[in-house]
Design a binder for this molecule. Structure first.
Ligand code: PEP
Ligand code: MG
Length: 593
């Protein structure tokens, strides 16, 4: 990619995994949970003078900061206490140290903060070994001052989301799902990370909050510095460091065009998701935070198909008790009315942990003590949630489903705990929903393969394709190194979905998909063709998916699915899906690619 010819072409375009669409331009803020983090970054010979200038500027800034502290200490405590800062000022002006940094920088050609850190380390080591007490104590001054110089070189670094006080693009090695949930949308205009993939809960949260995000760069934290301008294109999965004005102009133009398309899509809000030949699909929303429920009607979804309740449990200091949960579920159900709210019971583990619960780390958390397994082993936590759901369900349209079911016996065990909760509530005279639909998520291959045995015991199936793909193809859903192997159009996945649909049909229970496949405009025709009744997705995807469905014929979706089930490489099947989308809704394909 090239830049504007009238200015120095200095922009760098790098490709990652686009996980949340949208474009944002902003200054980088480095997010480092463990304090200032210095990353080693090679610099070319022509950039060495610039690194020296950065170093000199950092020295000047450090000198000013120390002088300012000295002034404050003098006025508060007197001269005597301020003399310690004379020693600090001597360190900033130490010719030996400064020359050593510049010499090493020229020789090794790495960014000046990593060189400064290296030289300071050697300097401190040397001082701490000398016999002279006075000189040995100087090591402490050097550590203090060089830390300050490095901080000034690295630029603004924050350790917690609430420390971000000005609009920025947040950059980190990784963000946890709860970091993402805590992002202030007015401050964090986009985020980019070294790790991650598109179905991690961090990515899911970013889409829900509509924060453009690109992840999986492996070393983005080594390529940008705080304060530098970057453009993040979450749809294309690229980041442009120091974009040229020509580039910014192109993007502004494209953003205008997209805005027009999105405005047109919003007119579909009250129209049904019905194919041209009259086949209707229910469209519901996935929500992670209770506040999201306020957006679902605006985007045209009917109710909530998946409420990921574990986000209520990610607070460091506090687990919500039964009453608090009842209040939240009832409030969300009221906001959904007259449509239904499907509450998923706790799915902690995998990539979502509650520090308040203090569970021991596991080697393979996605295969470990997660979701229903954790709940069945911790009945007091599970029962508090079930009782809260039962109470909130009284007089409201609430359903419930269990995540990560691997076999029928888990469903039966969970249902018997539910029955126990009903009995207790009845005895206590507390109003509760006497009967409401209880479903299971099908997201483990063993559950998909035995769906016919599970179906008679439940009221609906909801296929969690995010996990179904990870467990079927043995691809860790949060590992960027194997992200290319994470293929929704693998024949194994399509056959499993088809098998679940058939089991649902035989028992006359509805089958939904609430994994990210349901939000992909390219894959929606395939899912409909496979016979899925309902799609549940993050609210911003609803208008696009509706538009796709309204331009399709069920016959062509079934033909597509039939062909895909015959096998063939996943890339080939994806290409057929894309061809159909290009024919029926080209503007949507344009929007997502
Ligand atoms: C899924 O696995 O597809 C799903 C919807 O659940 P989660 O992404 O929360 O694991
Ligand atoms: Mg899942």
């Amino acid at each position: 990619m090239s830049g504007n010819s009238t200015e120095p072409v200095d922009e760098i375009v790098i490709r990652g995994i686009g996980v949340s669409p949208g474009v944002a331009v902003g200054e980088v803020t480095i997010f480092a949970q463990n304090g200032v983090s210095v990353v080693e970054r090679p610099v070319t010979a022509d950039k060495i003078p610039l690194e020296i200038i950065r170093f000199e500027e950092a020295l000047i800034k450090t000198r000013h900061q120390i002088a300012e502290i000295q002034r404050k200490v003098t006025s508060a405590l007197g001269d005597e206490h301020a003399t310690i800062f004379d020693a600090h000022l001597l360190v900033v002006d130490d010719r030996y140290f400064i020359e050593e940094v510049i010499r090493t920088l020229r020789e090794r050609q790495f960014n000046v903060e990593s060189i400064t850190q290296d030289v300071a380390r050697r300097y401190i080591e040397m001082l701490s070994k000398v016999e002279d007490d006075y000189l040995r104590e100087r090591a402490v001054d050097v550590r203090d001052v060089t830390r300050r110089i490095i901080k000034n070189l690295v630029g603004e670094t924050v350790e917690r989301m609430d420390q971000i006080e000005r609009p920025c693009v947040a950059v980190a090695t990784d963000f946890s799902p709860s970091d993402t949930a805590a992002m202030n949308r007015d401050m964090v205009h986009a985020f980019i990370t070294d790790f991650g993939s598109s179905t991690s809960h961090t990515a899911i949260m970013a889409r829900a909050l509509e924060v453009p995000a690109v992840v999986g760069f492996r070393n983005i934290t080594a390529q940008v510095v705080s304060g530098e301008t970057v453009l993040v294109d979450g749809s294309k999965g690229i980041v442009i460091i120091r974009p040229t004005s020509g580039r910014l102009l192109d993007y502004a133009r494209k953003a205008e065009e997209q805005k027009t398309i999105l405005c047109e899509l919003n007119t579909l809000k009250d129209k049904p998701a019905e194919t041209k030949d009259g086949h209707r699909i229910s469209i519901a929303a996935n929500i992670e935070l209770p506040a999201e429920v306020d957006h679902i009607a605006r985007c045209g979804a009917k109710g909530v198909g998946l409420f990921r309740t574990e986000f209520l449990f990610l607070d460091e200091h506090h687990l919500p008790d039964e009453d608090e949960q009842t209040e939240v579920y009832a409030r969300v159900a009221d906001r959904c009315a007259p449509d239904q709210l499907i509450i998923r019971t706790l799915d902690l583990g995998g990539d979502k942990f509650s520090s308040a619960l203090k569970t021991a780390p596991e080697m393979n958390p996605f295969l470990g003590w997660r979701a229903i397994r954790f709940c069945l082993a911790n009945p007091q936590i599970f029962k508090a949630q079930l009782r809260a759901i039962l109470r909130a369900g009284a007089g409201r349209k609430v359903s419930m489903m269990y995540p990560m079911i691997s076999c029928l016996s888990e469903v039966l065990e969970a249902n018997s705990i539910l029955a126990e909760c009903r009995k207790e509530l009845a005895e206590e005279g507390i109003p509760y929903a006497n009967k409401f639909p209880v479903g299971v998520m099908i997201e483990i291959p063993s559950a998909a393969l035995t769906a016919d045995l599970i179906a008679p015991h439940v009221d609906f199936f909801s296929i969690g394709t995010n996990d179904l793909i990870q467990y079927t193809l043995a691809v860790d859903r949060v590992n960027q190194n194997v992200a290319h192997l994470y293929q929704p159009t693998h024949t194994a996945i399509l056959k499993l979905i088809h098998q679940v649909v058939r089991a649902g049909r035989a028992q006359r229970i509805p089958v939904a998909v609430c994994g990210e496949m349901a939000a992909s405009p390219e894959l929606v025709p395939l899912l409909i063709g496979l016979g899925v009744d309902e799609l549940s997705m993050s609210p911003p995807s609803v208008p696009m998916v509706k538009e796709v469905i309204r331009n399709l014929r069920i016959s062509e979706c079934r033909a597509l699915a039939k062909e895909a089930l015959r096998g063939g490489p996943p890339e080939g099947i994806l290409a057929r899906c894309r061809d159909l989308l290009k024919k029926r809704a080209p503007e949507i394909l344009e929007l997502i690619s």
